[in-house]
Design a protein around this ligand. Structure first.
Ligand code: FE2
Length: 413
C-alpha cells in the first residue's frame, strides 16, 4: 500500500517512526510504501510463494492426484488484501441469516455415522473421540449432520488414514457453514478458503523456539468475527514421524470447573475479543496497527448441545465489559488458567499414526474449546508438516440463561 506524506521533507523521519512500529517501508516518489506482511507480524524474510517442488512428498502427491495447479508457485496469496482497520471491520460484519446448524438436524442416536464406523474410541471421558474406518469424503448428509452433533458433544473428533481431496475438504466446510476466506492468509491455489498451514511459508529459520521458556499459544480461531468460527477441519497430509501434536481443552469442562458463585457472576457478562492480525488506522496511519475488536457473551450456550461454555482465550480475549481493567485482568487470567492447566478437561491429539500416503483429519468446535499447537518437532525445521485448514463460520454467539452446563445435563450435577 502507499500513502502520500503531508510534506516532502519528513519522509525519512516518517520512515523511522514506521520502523519503530515494526513496519517495513521504503520512500519513493514522495510516498511511503508500507509492507503489510510486516504489520501482521511475519518474520523478516517472509516469502511470497515457494515452488511446488519444495512441498513435502505426500502433499505434492496429493495435489498432483487431485489436479491442484502448482505452476504459479505455492501457496496462492489472496488478492486485494485489506490494509486499513475499517476495511478489516467491513469483512463479514453481519449475522448470517442463511446459516444452518447442521447438528440440530441430526438423529440424536447418531446411528448412521456410528453404525457405519469400524470403531469409536473415546480419547478421554470429557473431550475427544476417534472415528475408525470411515472416509470423510464418503459421508452422506445424514452422517455429516450426525458428525456435527458428535463434534458439538465431544469438542474434537479425529479421523486417520484419510484419502481426502482439497476440493472435497472445502466442500465439506461449505456444508457446515460459510467458509472463512482469510483476507491475508494464503491458500491452496484455486481454492480460496482452503488455508495453507505450512511452516516454511511464513517462517525463516528454525521453527523451534525452546528458549522462550513457558510456551504460550492457547487460543481459539477467529473469535473476533461477528459470527465466529464454529467448525474447523484441519487436514494434515504430511506429518512428522513424531511431534507436532495439537492440544485441545473443553469450554464445557472449563465452565463446569468454576464455583457456582463465579459462574453466576460471569453469566450474562460480555467480553471483548481482538483479531490475530492488525490493520492501520486510516485516521492515524503512523500509529501502531490496531486489532479488530468485537464483543461476545462470556458464557455461551451451544446451539446444538444446549450446554454452557466459557468463551474466552488468552490470545484474543482482552477485557470483561463493565469491570475495571485491573479487575478484568485478574479474572480473565484465572479463566485462562482453568482452560490451560486443567488436564482433566484436555486432550492431546497426535496426528500419527496414519498409513503412508494418507492424511489425518481433526475436526473441532471452536465455540467450545481452546487449542494449542505444540511446536516440538524438527523434521527439516518443520518442512515436513503440511496442513490445509477449512473453517466454517457459525452464527452470532448466544447465551441462554435457562441452559444447563454439561455436567448438569449429563449427570444432573
Ligand atoms: Fe488455531
Amino acid at each position: 500500500m502507499a500513502t502520500t506524506a503531508q510534506t516532502n521533507a519528513d519522509l525519512d523521519q516518517i520512515g523511522k517512526i514506521l520502523a519503530k512500529h515494526g513496519i517495513n517501508d521504503t520512500t519513493n516518489d514522495n510516498k511511503i510504501v508500507v509492507d503489510l506482511k510486516n504489520v501482521n507480524g511475519y518474520r523478516p524474510g517472509f516469502v511470497d510463494s515457494l515452488s511446488g517442488d519444495e512441498l513435502p512428498e505426500h502433499t505434492r502427491n496429493r495435489f498432483a492426484k487431485y489436479g491442484i495447479d502448482l505452476s504459479k508457485g505455492y501457496p496462492e496469496r489472496p488478492e486485494n488484501i485489506p490494509h486499513f482497520l475499517d476495511e478489516g471491520y467491513a469483512i463479514r460484519n453481519r449475522a448470517n441469516p442463511d446459516y444452518v446448524e447442521r447438528g440440530r438436524n441430526a438423529d440424536p442416536s447418531k446411528k448412521n455415522l456410528l453404525g457405519a464406523a469400524k470403531e469409536i474410541r473415546e480419547i478421554t471421558p470429557l473431550i475427544g473421540t476417534e472415528v475408525v474406518g470411515l472416509q470423510l469424503g464418503d459421508l452422506n448428509e445424514k452422517q455429516l449432520d450426525e458428525l456435527a452433533l458428535l463434534v458439538a458433544e465431544r469438542v474434537v473428533v479425529v479421523f486417520r488414514n484419510q484419502d481426502l481431496s482439497p476440493q472435497k475438504h472445502l466442500e465439506l466446510g461449505k456444508y457446515y457453514g460459510e467458509v472463512e476466506e482469510h483476507p491475508l492468509v494464503a491458500h491452496v491455489p484455486g481454492l480460496r478458503g482452503a488455508t495453507t498451514v505450512w511452516g516454511p511459508f511464513n517462517r525463516v529459520g528454525p521453527l523451534i523456539t525452546y528458549k522462550k521458556g513457558l510456551h504460550q499459544g492457547w487460543h481459539t480461531d477467529l473469535d473476533h468475527e461477528f459470527s465466529p468460527a464454529a467448525i474447523t477441519h484441519l487436514h494434515l497430509d504430511s506429518i512428522p514421524t513424531t511431534g507436532g501434536d495439537t492440544g485441545f481443552a473443553s469450554g464445557y469442562g472449563a465452565f463446569d470447573k468454576l464455583s457456582q458463585p463465579l459462574q453466576q457472576f460471569l453469566e450474562g457478562k460480555t467480553a471483548v475479543h481482538k483479531s490475530a492480525h492488525r490493520y492501520l488506522n486510516r485516521d492515524n496511519v503512523l500509529g501502531a496497527p490496531e486489532h479488530i475488536l468485537r464483543e461476545h457473551p462470556l458464557v455461551i450456550t451451544h446451539p446444538v448441545t444446549g450446554w454452557k461454555s466459557l468463551f474466552v482465550n488468552r490470545a484474543h480475549t482482552v477485557k470483561i465489559v463493565g469491570l475495571e481493567d485491573s479487575e478484568s485482568q485478574v479474572i480473565l487470567n484465572y479463566l485462562f488458567d482453568v482452560y490451560e492447566k486443567s488436564l482433566d478437561i484436555q486432550t492431546r491429539v497426535s496426528w500419527q499414526p496414519t498409513k503412508p500416503g494418507l492424511g489425518t483429519s481433526v475436526i473441532w468446535d471452536n465455540r467450545v474449546s481452546n487449542h494449542i499447537a505444540i511446536p516440538d518437532y524438527n523434521d527439516q525445521n518443520g518442512r515436513l508438516r503440511h496442513a490445509v485448514r477449512v473453517t466454517s463460520l457459525g452464527n452470532v454467539p448466544n447465551y441462554d440463561k435457562n441452559s444447563k452446563s454439561q455436567r448438569e445435563a449429563l449427570f444432573g450435577a
